[in-house]
Design a protein around this ligand. Structure first.
Ligand code: HEC
Length: 155
């Protein structure tokens, strides 16, 4: 009798544990979707807060104060550029812009050298990872300008 009681208690405990486990599994996929979306929203927010004051893709070609981020991306990320290398390049640029470091000398000539903007590394890394992984908003005028500058054979 005592043994039977023990067995019943044990079965009860085990089934409780399993019920809890299956509950946890159901939650997982929803969590992942939210995370990816969160990261994209966070990246957009960082760009608008820290960079779009000058690099704003909504500005016309005559009024924009710096090359749009899509142009920066095209000059910094070549075939074979890894995410780590791009993050490192952006950190290097942000640590102190100079004509020698520039990968966009035409932009330095046109817009003048970017002022040194001091932001925490975490912000710059967040922006770099977002730019690398996502399509960045491009101004309406950009495609035509890009073709005029570099020809369409690049595409
Ligand atoms: C106050 C205006 C201003 C702000 C804010 C600004 N930039 Fe710039 N940026 C410029 C200008 C002007 C240029 C073009 C001249 C140059 O390349 O230095 C430029 C060029 C760049 C370049 C190309 C550098 C090269 O190789 O010549 C990168 C990369 C860049 N910016 C990243 C950023 C990022 C990332 C942010 C936000 C965290 C940011 N900038 C915020 C003005 C700004």
């Amino acid at each position: 009798m005592r043994a039977l009681l023990m067995l019943t208690a044990l079965t009860f405990i085990i089934s409780c544990k399993q019920a809890k486990k299956s509950g946890e599994i159901e939650d997982t996929p929803i969590q992942t979707e939210v995370d990816t979306e969160d990261l994209a929203i966070r990246g957009e927010n960082l760009l608008s807060t820290y960079c779009y004051q000058c690099h704003d893709p909504k500005m016309s070609m005559d009024n924009i104060l710096a090359p749009p981020m899509i142009a920066v991306k095209n000059h910094y990320i070549m075939e074979g550029t890894t995410k780590e290398a791009f993050v490192a390049d952006l950190l290097e640029w942000m640590s102190g812009p100079s004509a020698e470091k520039s990968k966009m000398p035409d932009a330095v000539e046109k817009y003048e050298l970017m002022n040194h903007q001091v932001y925490p590394d975490s912000v710059i890394i967040g922006i770099a990872e977002y730019l690398y992984d996502n399509e960045v908003e491009q101004p309406e005028w950009y495609e035509k300008h890009h073709e005029e500058m570099h020809g369409s054979e690049e595409e």
